[in-house]
Design a protein around this ligand. Sequence first.
Ligand code: ZN
Length: 204
Amino acid sequence: MSIKAIKPIKADSPETTVSAVAENPASTELIQGIDTSAKPLTTEQLLAIIVSLQQENAKANAALANAILETTKPREVIKTKEQLAREANDKMFLEQAKELQKRQRETKALEQDLCDHIAGSLGETKDVHQRTSIVWHRTDAQVDIGICTTCGRQFHPEDKPDNQGHDYRYWRRKGSFNRISAAGVRQFMDPLKAQHDSYLRDQE
Ligand SMILES: [Zn+2]
């Protein structure tokens, strides 16, 4: 819309009206809607309009600021049916895997309870000297830890007596079919802690 188009139109000025129509037909309606006979606004009225506009502006700014703040808030994630189904499936799979692991541990523990840890017990004849199938290793903390090559049971000084009534010392004293291996010797600030830490325990 040109400046000319918003000039107040006088009834006796057909030229201006024609010009406005030619430029923009919609502006004609607008211009015709203005009461051109009204008196000019007083300073007080103008000020009142300005104050009112400023108040509107302030409200709009506040609304915008709130809207911006809203965008920074964490939103709740809305999951699709597919995601929910996949999560349920994953959960079920995980539970089954845990159950399987639990049964495997139980089976292994049973095998270890039944094993006599005597060399050759998986073959046709056991060792005539009743030497154990335990492989011993002396750690750098000077702890002898053992593992049975038949059942995989581990031996450590902190062992409780097993279901055969034998403790660590019993198994350690028994002759082994295997030669002990050894790490070097290391000095520790806390030898007892180092001895305790030198053994990998099963995670419950
Ligand atoms: Zn064994």
